[in-house]
Design a protein around this ligand. Sequence first.
Ligand SMILES: *[C@@H]1O[C@H](CO)[C@@H](O)[C@H](O)[C@H]1NC(C)=O
Ligand SMILES: *[C@@H]1O[C@H](CO)[C@@H](O)[C@H](O)[C@H]1NC(C)=O
Ligand SMILES: *[C@@H]1O[C@H](CO)[C@@H](O)[C@H](O)[C@H]1NC(C)=O
Ligand SMILES: *[C@@H]1O[C@H](CO)[C@@H](O)[C@H](O)[C@H]1NC(C)=O
Ligand SMILES: [Cu+2]
Length: 666
Amino acid sequence: MASTFIIFLSLCIVRLKTCQSHPLDPLTPAEFIDVANVIKGSKFGSSRNITFHYVGLQEPSKHDVLSWVSTPTKKIPPRKAFVIARSDEKTYEIIVNLKTLSIDSTHLYNGYGFPMLTIEDLIAASTLASEYSPLIESVHKRGLNVSQIAFGAYSVGWFGAKGKGRRIVKVVVFCKDGSPNIWVRPIEGIVVLVDLDKLTIVEYSDRIRVPIPTAEETEYQASKLKPPFAAQLKPITVVQPDGPGFNIQGHKISWANWDFHLSFDVRAGPVISLASIFDLNEGRYRRVLYKGHISELFVPYMDPTQEWYFRTFFDAGEYGFGLAAVPLEPFTDCPPNAVFMDGYYANQEGQPVKIPNVFCVFERIAGNVAWRHTEAALPGQTIREVRPEITLVVRMVSTVGNYDYIIDWEFKQSGSIKVWVGLSGILEGKATTYTDTKQTHEQEIYGTLLANNIIGVRHDHFITFHLDLDIDGEENSFLKAKMVTRTNIGTPRKSYWSVVREAMRTELEARTLVGDQAEFLVVNPNKMSKIGNQVGYRILPGAVANPLLLDDDYPQIRAAFSKYHIWITPYNMSEKWAGGLYADQSHGDDTLFTWTNRNRDIENRDIVLWHTMGFHHIPSQEDFPVMPTLSSYFELRPFNFFEYNPILKTKPYNHVTVPNCTSTIH
Ligand SMILES: *[C@@H]1O[C@H](CO)[C@@H](O)[C@H](O)[C@H]1NC(C)=O
Ligand SMILES: *[C@@H]1O[C@H](CO)[C@@H](O)[C@H](O)[C@H]1NC(C)=O
Ligand SMILES: *[C@@H]1O[C@H](CO)[C@@H](O)[C@H](O)[C@H]1NC(C)=O
Ligand SMILES: *[C@@H]1O[C@H](CO)[C@@H](O)[C@H](O)[C@H]1NC(C)=O
Ligand SMILES: [Cu+2]
């Protein structure tokens, strides 16, 4: 007895030691330092220059993670880091073992494309441009000093050139004098081509002379704006007298019937893993989502001229959607009841950098109704039953240059996961001679005249999500439920609609443009509800857009993941980034499109659903000088997953009366 007790106790201690860690936790600051030290102490030592372009968790295999989850006493799988580094103008993929503090493997990448740009890359390119005498002269010619100029370093895209090319960016310039809103005050016509490896300027052009839009009306800071102001709204707040209803332990979050893991990745931003929902009926947690995150964002501008054609941005693969994340401000970015979490990434030297308050987590009461019914058909009785909707939100904001993306993962007690994307920030403006639409027409200027001398150029936002659904286990199928009109009925009705549900067998069958009358389901064909329906989840798309570029246009080849709204692939740990692992100047040979062309079997297997949201953005004057949030979402919604409405048995709402605090202030 005594010995088993001691064994049990020691297991507990081992468990306690690791109780804060989870196999999917992001690297800690100490782990980032270990990674840098191991690599700098290796053959990539101090004699050679090495720059870190991606450092993140080398995920343990899905099998290892799931077996760790199901056996709580099991030791955590060995912690490893995946690194993409540049040394001697070559790209290496390095796996560092954080337990043995040694390199597990090194792979020299020989393909097309380059790793993510670092912040140091962008600064170095801008600094170089700011010291370049032809640029200084161009600026003087426009009556300005370099001290009045701001710089933007842009990825250059790929337009069919043969060979691997050089790691380059194009620097464009803006006026920062008189207003912080540089994005609508471009100094049009100047483009500086910078070689990031050689740190030299390889091409310079100053081609056009148009007026620099004035600073007037471009300000957006309340402290600098002049009256009149809109009437101030009455104060409003959210009070949770008993504290938040969720529990955060390390990176694990549980709330109501949900349980999931939240991680930060420098490329993807928020990563939601192992989302499971407690089923009151079965008395256990059931698996829904193994992993969900943004895979890529594609933002091509529709101005084909010399200074603009290359603006075909991949905001995750080129700029790092997590790298561009900004600290969230309490009370404004997130409501008063929010709790904040920090994130870390490695800078170009491999050293950890903290993004404080990178996520906020909060319970949202938006005044919506989760379910209700008033029964008026029973004389003499009044039945009214209402449940207000309270949800859990995980939020991050990424400011990629001019644009601000707000990402919300919203969990509902009903079993739905709603993913919101909001677009705000500032339009990428193009300077023009025009000050009135009568002087031109929209076809000539590739956008909308927003104010004097400034055009909001038309563009797209395609956002692809990687959604590894595991509905009650890994073996899942993807179904299209097509609605068809039936006729020849034999009653006075001439027509009605019915559903033909079909499991997609291969990747090519599964590629889908939504819009035709159909519903899309991921089911577990091996698990039925009590009455025999396959358990599943629907995906309800919100904003979708069809690409309008030609299939063989270079940006479209690189971003071929935007061609369909829904794709299914068999699970493959190395297929994460829909635009390719090396998105900067990629040639489109490693995309969701090329993977699915293998046309693998997808029926009754571990599958991943990819969803591409899309916005064709035709700017309007209201988007100037800063854009009101434009948002959309998609929803993952249970479908025959539960035996009945899972929130039937939520208890009625507990009202709280907020004390009148003003009486205590004298
Ligand atoms: C490494 O790069 C820095 C900055 O570009 C440079 O000053 C230094 O000479 C380089 N060192 C080696 C060993 O190449
Ligand atoms: C540019 O800088 C010089 C020296 O600092 C100053 O004399 C000059 O007035 C500046 N020009 C403008 C347009 O600000
Ligand atoms: C996993 O994906 C990579 C990249 O598409 C591919 O090279 C590899 O063959 C795939 N593995 C399997 C088992 O399909
Ligand atoms: C709150 O207290 C103040 C000061 O005692 C009083 O004037 C006010 O009417 C109260 N408001 C409410 C809503 O009770
Ligand atoms: Cu836009």
